[in-house]
Design a protein around this ligand. Structure first.
Ligand code: MG
Length: 499
């Protein structure tokens, strides 16, 4: 990409080695999760941390910081040029404020804490992990103080995952969302809704090769170009983007409950599409990534839930499913649809359905806010977790593996990350509502398997821009909305109570 402004062009040239380091770090990360022999862990850890240090040195190089500082003072920059300066300035400011000792302490604790957490989860022993959680929280509190905040220390952490996100925003979101979702859940249970009846399909074992074939067939139906995209297998599915023309996803095969594998595939493919449909001129620039984690999650959730779990889509892929999964021949299309949309208040977030999912996030948000507001000590967390879980979802974990130890995030230092999942869900519903108004044949297109109009709408409104605009600005400009929960609640009500 060449810009009008020569300072911005100098910035882009100086950025190329940083981009290349990111490229290598991404590829190494993908390899680590997929094919690397397990004994390579330590050497890979070394290479990874050294590349991160190199990257930080390049970013904080005096000349480079000077260029970004000069560019900040320029008038009349284009939106793209402003975006480049905004993204780099954010990165530089954060890195400068956090002293090296803290960065090192965090990466060390991330490895140690994560290892202990794995064992503690297996043994369901919170006390074993507690000292590491305490240490990580102390580090994160110091980081929050260094970064700075206006109102709440947690704001500093939220902002590193979602630009400009604050406790005020989230109090408003969850204050409205949580009681409304609880009410819908209660109604579904009280009514004995068919959505709440567990399908026998969930219990049957499937042939992994056949479901792999099925996943690939679905990706072909959704028009994924294998010259720029690939899918492999890992325990925890993810998307890794090496560059705009090399985007990779993984999926999981557990051997039972095949909808999980299909949904994971469609979810990650949604993330991938966001990156694949970026304007090619943003390649090898700081604007190459998505606008934010919430925006990214909105794309995966849109495809996974709003398209992928719709009746039209389930009917469309039903013959493909029956071809690969023999026992699916015993059920009707409608039963398949109910299977894909089974609602159950349960302990584990990653297995949660779209009705209950955000209640799991509300719980984590409350806890994180209390931790960083000094209202909850580490030893009080398991009890608080179980009590709130019972209030929110009506189930009480009987051990820590089902409760406080289930997620990897805290052991990896990811405080402030969870709320972006809910924001992604809210934005996916906003997108669906606006899209239906713009695309008259939305439903018909899904029924006949023509996804081009939907992809093109997403490309124009969201994908092409990369991180040119901050998430709140992008939402306002293209959807004329914020993180408004109304659309999501209406979507859930319509789908689960009115059909
Ligand atoms: Mg995701």
């Amino acid at each position: 990409m060449r810009c009008e402004n020569h300072i911005v062009n100098q910035i882009l040239d100086a950025y190329k080695p940083m981009w290349s380091l990111n490229h290598a770090i991404s590829l190494m990360g993908w390899d680590f999760e997929t094919y690397m022999p397990t004994s390579g862990t330590e050497e890979r850890g070394m290479a990874d941390s050294q590349l991160h240090i190199l990257h930080k040195n390049l970013l904080l190089n005096k000349d480079f910081v000077g260029l970004v500082e000069s560019a900040k003072k320029l008038d009349g920059l284009s939106d793209l040029e402003k975006g480049i300066v905004r993204v780099l300035n954010r990165e530089i400011t954060k890195q400068i404020k956090i002293p090296n000792e803290l960065t090192q302490a965090e990466s060390l604790e991330r490895i140690r804490g994560n290892m202990v957490w794995r064992e503690a989860r297996q043994k369901s022993d919170f006390m074993m992990y507690a000292p590491h959680l305490k240490k990580m929280i102390e580090i994160k509190k110091q980081i929050a103080e260094k970064i700075g905040y206006e109102k709440h220390p947690y704001d500093a952490l939220l902002d590193s995952f979602e630009e400009d996100l604050t406790v005020d925003d989230l109090d408003k979101v969850f204050g409205e969302l949580t009681p409304r979702i609880q009410k819908i859940l209660k109604k579904l249970v009280d009514l004995g809704s068919p959505f709440c009846k567990e399908s026998k399909l969930a219990k049957s074992n499937y042939d992994i090769q056949s479901v792999d074939k099925l996943n690939h067939d679905i990706l072909t139906l959704l028009q994924y170009d294998r010259k720029r995209f690939r899918m492999d297998v890992s325990t925890h599915p993810f998307t890794e983007t090496m560059g705009l023309n090399d985007v990779r996803i993984t999926t999981r095969y557990e051997g039972t409950d095949f909808k999980k594998s299909i949904s994971s595939t469609i979810h990650e493919a949604g993330h991938a599409l966001y990156d694949l449909q970026r304007d090619q001129s943003l390649s090898v620039t700081p604007l190459e990534g998505g606008s934010s984690l919430a925006l990214h999650e909105s794309q995966s959730r849109f495809w996974e839930n709003i398209v992928g779990r719709s009746l039209s889509f389930v009917q469309l892929i039903a013959p493909m499913i029956r071809k690969q999964v023999n026992f699916a021949n015993q059920v009707s299309d409608h039963e398949l649809y109910l299977y894909f949309n089974n609602v159950k208040a349960d302990y584990i977030r990653v297995d949660a359905d779209e009705v209950t999912y955000n209640l799991h996030i509300a719980l984590r948000y409350e806890i994180e806010k209390k931790i960083f507001g000094d209202e909850l000590s580490v030893s009080e967390i398991p009890e608080f977790w179980n009590d709130r879980m019972e209030q929110l979802l009506g189930v009480r974990p009987t051990n820590d593996s089902q409760g406080v130890l289930q997620d990897t995030h805290w052991s990896s230092g990811l405080f402030g990350y969870f709320p972006t999942y809910t924001l992604g869900n809210l934005v996916s519903a906003i997108i669906a509502s606006k899209m239906r108004k713009d695309l008259e044949d939305y439903e018909k297109d899904i029924k006949r398997g023509d996804f081009q109009p939907i992809r093109e709408w997403l490309r124009l409104k969201i994908h092409q821009h990369g991180s040119s605009y901050a998430p709140k600005v992008l939402l306002k400009n293209t959807l004329n909305e914020g993180y408004n929960p109304d659309y999501f609640v209406t979507y859930i009500e319509t789908k689960y109570l009115e059909s």
